[in-house]
Ligand binder design. Structure first.
Ligand SMILES: Cc1cc2nc3c(=O)[nH]c(=O)nc-3n(C[C@H](O)[C@H](O)[C@H](O)COP(=O)(O)O)c2cc1C
Length: 315
């Protein structure tokens, strides 16, 4: 699909660096946008709406000093448990945040408030039903969060999820889950996706505000170390086994727990994520802690090499 006008000609790679709770900050966003990739952060990474507004102002000032930066995105948690939603949305409207990424609820009023000033709304989904509801709410893009992703991952294969979403959604489609390299971004495009959406890979960068021990744990981890469990958030999310063990979770009990549950209150969840660290199954493909610019330039090389290889494929 053609990209919306706001993104057309503004990206040097078809990539969004995904918003991550406690990880993304203005330095990471600016490094991404400066290298032609959409950078993003959750509004809740700042303690209050005033702090969130200061981050937006810092990002806007940083972008103004860059030549042709990519647009940035803010993540809003659209869930009754988020008491800041209206105040944070008002800041997005005031500053005309180019892209708003909504999670946990697709609400027409939020979509309309952003579209009214010319912004785009992309919404996270893990199933066809979620996708249909978001499409009804009028979102500009769907983020297919497939099995193995970091954070509140889905359980569907990316092939199944993308194929079903494309049956009814012809706007911008993004794919999340275990993407770390340029050739994986191209593979996503081959499935019919417009933009790759990468989270875990960006934890392991100099700019990310993950604690050093978190970054080191991630570098030592493999896919088998990722535990998808509702025990921390109330709803299933992916965590590093080593951090669950350090936090004292009973690993045998976790393996037998498969309930879907309900999202815990946000303050409880926030506290838990400080000591229990999330990552996706793609961890095994991450071996270094580069600065974000170096990572993006490498992704570009890999992407173009994969494109060249694709020309030589035979039926
Ligand atoms: C540590 C961590 C925190 C996350 N926090 C959020 C969040 O606050 N809001 C959100 O929409 N997604 C969040 N996610 C999900 C990411 O935005 C993205 O969907 C996911 O990381 C993509 O999969 P990958 O990690 O395999 O690349 C988080 C993911 C991780 C790993």
């Amino acid at each position: 699909m053609p990209l919306p006008a706001l993104l057309e000609q503004r990206l040097r790679l078809p990539l969004v660096a995904a918003p991550m709770f406690l990880i993304s900050n203005p330095q990471l966003v600016l490094a991404c946008c400066g290298h032609g990739v959409v950078g993003s952060f959750p509004a809740l990474n700042q303690r209050d709406t005033g702090g969130f507004k200061r981050w937006i102002e810092e990002i806007e000032a940083g972008l103004a000093a860059l030549e042709k930066p990519a647009p940035y995105a803010v993540n809003l948690i659209v869930h009754p448990s988020n008491p800041r939603l209206q105040a944070d949305l008002a800041v997005c409207v005031e500053h005309r945040v180019p892209i708003v990424i909504t999670s946990l609820g697709a609400v027409k009023e939020v979509v309309e408030a952003v579209q009214a000033y010319g912004g785009l709304v992309f919404h996270d989904v893990t199933t066809r039903r979620h996708g249909e509801k978001a499409a009804e709410a009028g979102v500009d893009g769907l983020i297919a969060v497939a099995a193995g992703a970091g954070g509140h991952a889905g359980t569907w294969s990316p092939f199944a999820l993308v194929a079903e979403l494309r049956q009814f959604f012809d706007k911008t489609l993004l794919l999340a889950g275990c993407l770390n390299h340029g050739h994986e971004m191209l593979a996503a495009q081959m499935l019919g996706v417009d933009l790759a959406y990468m989270g875990t890979r960006f934890i392991a960068t100099e700019e990310s505000q993950a604690q050093p021990a978190y970054k080191q744990m991630l570098l030592g981890a493999k896919a088998m170390d990722i535990v998808h469990t509702p025990a921390v958030s109330g709803v299933p999310a992916s965590f590093l086994r080593q951090s669950l063990e350090q936090a004292g979770f009973d690993m045998t009990a976790l393996k037998t727990r498969h309930d879907q549950g309900r999202l815990k209150p946000l303050d409880e969840e926030a506290k838990a994520w400080k000591t229990v660290w999330s990552a996706g199954q793609g961890v095994g493909g991450i071996q270094d802690l580069p600065d974000t610019g170096t990572l993006i330039e490498r992704l570009r090389d890999e992407y173009h090499q994969a494109l060249a290889r694709a020309h030589n494929l035979h039926a």
